[in-house]
Design a protein around this ligand. Sequence first.
Ligand code: 6PG
Length: 504
Amino acid sequence: MAREATADVGLIGLAVMGQNLALNLADHGYRVAVFNRTTEVMKHFVATEKPPGGLVGCETVQELVASLARPRKVILLVKAGPAVDEVTKELIEAGMEPDDIVVDCGNSLWTDTIRREKEYAGRCKFFGSGVSGGEVGARFGPSLMPGGDPDSWKHLEPIWKAIAAKVDEKTGRPIESYAPGKPVVGGVPCTTYLGPNGAGHYVKMVHNGIEYIDMQLIAEAYTLLTNLLGMKPPELSEVFDRWNDGDLDSYLIQITRDIFAQHDPVHQEGYLVDYVLDAAGQKGTGKWTSVNALDMGIPASSIAEAVFARCMSALKEERVVASKHLDGPRRAHDERRDELVAAIRDALYCSKICAYAQGFELMREGEKEYGWSFDFAAIAGIFRGGCIIRARFLQKIMEAYSRDNGLVNLLLDPYFGDQIQKGQRSWRKVVALAATTGIAAPAFMSALAYYDGYRSERLPANLLQAQRDYFGAHTYERTDAPRGTFFHLDWTAPGRPQVEIRRP
Ligand code: 6PG
């Protein structure tokens, strides 16, 4: 049966994220054609949900393509990887035309998006968009990070702006509504065009790298509060509730507060968090961020540390054995309770600033490497609502980059420099205490090392260069010669003169 081409947008992949994004679109009046590999899932979805814009159930990809108004716009919410190519090829075979748009909304590797845009050019416009905010975000307003062909963006922009999370224009605080069929009216949408090809997926990847370190820092604050002060979940919940009322105000602090308040649903007493096994999983976006930082030579050390912290946690059985063999110090200290809680808060905040400094520095290098041109204030702006790292202090990051889009590092912004200045005594105290009491706090420590490294006019890398030259004639530059002039000394031959090495 021939389909009338009346649907505004198509969506493939009806797992929870796909279903929720389809409902979000339809809540904003868009008629959404939906397809899922398992037809029963699609049928059940269409039979159960009756959102305002309407859903058009499609049993085949051909039906979906036939039901779309031109230029066709099809959103993919399928597993990142080969499935994206498989579905795109199916769509092309089913009749997509050169100006029709396929939008990959999964957590795809940005280089795949760059490759796909080229590979499918002339057959369809392949577009990438990061989507952050989990299931609830997809349903009621995610942060959307689009990148791809600018002409295709013109067709997507109104849709993206409609379904994205909204923040208040003046305060930058999220405006939220969790009522189906009653989306937020007004506000600034948390989406902006980020650049061509893989720019959107790149920014989403860095968002996830920041998400990893944000979460790890919170986890370290938890272990310090627990191990140094003996705090139990109800008290931890109160502490996080207080912390949420200030610079640390963020989605991740809020959910942490709520997690600590959750009783165990299995046992009569106790809290669920105490029963959750301490072995963290990961799907790879934090690792991609770290690998990219290593590839580009950017010291995003705390982001990488957060990935390694998950790797360490996953060695559960080994750790259990090691805990019986390897000694550490006693966890004794003479800090006052309220002072230590405040110091841990400061350590968390200062480390968080360093984490964002690393993430934004990485994006600055990424834009050079891939020929993009990021508006960093706009990126901070779309992180203010909808996404997992949404936080009050993103307004401050936005303001910092609005003052100077060329800001080399967030730490050099006067506001953030001042914040670190205020918190660094406590931060150092907490890191020292973690070391002397034997509590693993790798992200706090790494962030502090990043800060101290970054503010060091002179690092001991002179010795590294001397060593490299000693054993491998790798040459060195001199403090008393212009940069880019290289020398070598035969360190084992006394009296041999230093030679200048001309590089081609
Ligand atoms: C988001 C999240 C999401 C991510 C999960 C799981 O922005 O909504 O980043 O995209 O998939 O957080 O990531 P890990 O399994 O790697 O922790």
